[in-house]
Ligand binder design. Structure first.
Ligand code: ATP
Ligand code: MG
Ligand code: MG
Length: 366
């Protein structure tokens, strides 16, 4: 029997597989759509990338904990369907959350959310608004979930202090002789280093609550329906304890850029204030009453910080000889850093407007 079919039957032997085909545009896991003979029912099967996530059992425990909590909440809400508005994973015949094959790969199966649209780029204010509603609702429904019970999938993922320390060490070593090619970017980092550590500092001072964070809040991880209304937040691999500002900031970075993440033409890269406004409206419509005043105050800065940190990671990897991010040409990581830093500059120019938008939405929602 075909190997993929065999794996699927570890979960659902009662269904006869018609076809298992590659699906979606994810970059991390291998995702397949499973179609069933004489049936409209389909399933999503994934091989989890255990190079990136070494502890898959803990990762699956996190996901089950979070989805069970969300399901209980959606059951109590009018107009919601726990099987459409949250992911439904299938246990194996042995009652496990995943199947491990002879090669050591981890597999999982879930119900397909349908009819769903997954966009790789935000095109309209409606999409930005609904993405904000989706992530906002995810945050709000999990605000009474004990974040500290979750396993920390990638320790220090957003820790600016450790990221800056690594950067400085790599600049000093200059192992591939690229420091001379990145003088402008190194200066850009140093000019902002102090302010960019604000979230770490607030965290240390105990001023930011530890919540459940998604950590990959880009648009293709929020499924919308055929009217572009939110259905479900997916891709929960990186769910872990953290600050809500990480999720908001990274969503703004990925949802409001008029250019590409690695745009070679920096003139294309700006933060679209209309998309920022739409996303913020959606997000705060669900979270304004559960966020603390300090969390709200730092929403605009979190967008600059989360954009800066990814730029910092790109430039660090460039100076280190491209060990982490896959590159498609020689100076790809430098190009990515330039684009992200351009986006930071664009946010700096529009910062007062961003603050005004947040204040206005808080007033509307409280
Ligand atoms: P990323 O690069 O965002 O980390 P990934 O490799 O972790 O992606 P997923 O985001 O989980 O993979 O899945 C890839 C794509 O498959 C999604 O963007 C979505 O289009 C589709 N998909 C995943 N799960 C489901 C589901 N339950 N129902 C419908 N579509 C899904
Ligand atoms: Mg994804
Ligand atoms: Mg993912």
């Amino acid at each position: 029997m075909n190997k993929l079919n065999e794996i699927f039957y570890q979960f659902l032997p009662e269904f006869k597989v018609n076809k298992i085909a590659k699906y979606g545009s994810g970059h991390i896991n291998d995702t397949y759509m499973v179609t069933i003979d004489d049936s409209e029912t389909t399933f999503i099967m994934q091989r989890v990338n255990h190079q990136i996530f070494p502890n898959v059992p803990e990762l699956m425990n996190n996901i089950f904990g979070v989805t069970n909590h969300l399901k209980t909440k959606f059951e109590e809400m009018e107009g919601k369907d726990p099987n459409v508005n949250s992911l439904t994973f299938i246990n194996t015949l042995d009652g496990e959350k995943y199947h491990q094959d002879e090669e050591g790969n981890y597999w999982r199966v879930m119900e397909t959310i349908t009819p769903a649209r997954s966009y790789d780029k935000v095109e309209t204010e409606q999409q930005a608004f609904q993405a904000g509603v989706g992530i906002g609702e995810f945050q709000a429904l999990l605000s009474d979930f004990d974040g500290s019970s979750l396993y920390e999938i990638i320790p220090n993922f957003h820790n600016m202090e450790t990221r800056l320390a690594t950067f400085r060490e790599i600049v000093k070593k200059d192992v591939v002789g690229r420091v001379r090619l990145a003088q402008e970017q190194i200066q850009f980092v140093e000019n902002r280093a102090e302010e960019m550590q604000t979230l770490v500092r607030l965290g240390k001072e105990g001023k930011l609550p530890i919540r459940v964070t998604h950590n990959d809040t880009k648009i293709n991880n929020v499924l919308l329906d055929e009217n572009d209304e939110v259905l479900c937040v997916i891709d929960l691999d990186t769910v872990m304890p953290g600050f809500v500002l990480y999720d908001f900031g990274d969503a703004i970075r990925t949802s409001t850029n008029t250019g590409d993440e690695d745009d070679a033409n920096l003139d294309n890269v700006e933060m679209d204030i209309k998309l920022f406004t739409a996303y913020t409206k959606g997000f705060l419509s669900k979270t304004a009453s559960s966020l603390t005043p300090i969390e709200i105050e730092y929403l605009p800065l979190s967008a600059r910080i989360m954009t800066f940190i990814i730029g910092l990671r790109f430039i660090t990897d460039y100076l280190d000889g491209d060990n982490y991010f896959k590159t498609h040409h020689e100076h790809h990581n430098l190009q990515r850093a330039k684009a992200q830093f351009k986006l930071v500059s664009s946010m700096e120019r529009q910062f007062e407007e961003m603050q005004r938008v947040v204040q206005e939405e808080v007033t509307v929602n409280c």
